[in-house]
Design a protein around this ligand. Sequence first.
Ligand code: ASN
Ligand code: ZN
Ligand code: CA
Length: 303
Amino acid sequence: ATDAATTGYGYGTKGDYKSLNTYAYNGTYYLYDTTKNMSGYIGTYTANYGNSLPGSWSVDSNNAFTSSSQGADVDAHAHAGIVYDYFLNTHNRNSYNGNGASIISTVHYGSNYNNAFWNGSQMVYGDGDGSLFSPLSGSLDVVAHELAHAVTEYTANLEYRNQSGALNESFSDVFGYFVEPNDWDLGEDVYTPGKAGDALRSLSNPERYGQPAHMDDFYYTSSDNGGVHTNSGIPNKAAYLTIQSIGKTKAEKIYYRALNTYLSKRSDFSDARAALLQSTADLYGTGSDYNAVKNAWDSVGVY
Ligand code: ASN
Ligand code: ZN
Ligand code: CA
């Protein structure tokens, strides 16, 4: 019987060809990537349109994951690898726990499910209803957003409510940008597949999607854990202004250091400003970069 890491291929939800790290076992091929330098592995499962987690391994009989129903599996597996590589190569962080933990994804969760989430142990992706969303693993920035929630949980552990929750959301969006920096939008690849040019959120223009971009417009609500997906627009806009000013290469180091070193459970927007300023000072001194970060947070009314 064969029992070995191997390379397969498949097509993503958009029909794009992707090489896949798979594993052959007794004549079946698994979306099971053992090629990373981690104690764990990257594994992709399917819930088969139900709600049990993790579900069953995503497998194929000939290592060609080419059927249209396998597109979500292919994308989740390949995108998880890309996000893993990003944190290792850019931040020297080995998986979300910094210690090589396995990265598990489940696709085909539920029926017409218009969301994706980190459940504290793994990532979960719906297929969308085909109108509001296409299969959510098809978006690299969505996958990065969800895995960044895991990184946040193991670092600052920002409490998922009110301002700390909006920061938690914002760091996930900002890492979504850092992993896929081709535009300022989040989720554009899977949001309203029948409509071009829109997205779930925007870092550069939060207002376009109903989010505030300044403390004057902070949204007080008891829903969504105190508006965590709304008020994230404020720190998102500060991140956009920072990146515009000092560039991605410095900004991503600053954001990671703030999350990993300075922020904690109850941190609020003011604490984020202070944490990012301290991180900037540590890494790049108190000159023009420091002033750019200060100006960004001044612009959104957070002091
Ligand atoms: N997709 C959402 C998110 O990651 C799910 C949630 O509300 N937690 O923020
Ligand atoms: Zn989120
Ligand atoms: Ca994007």
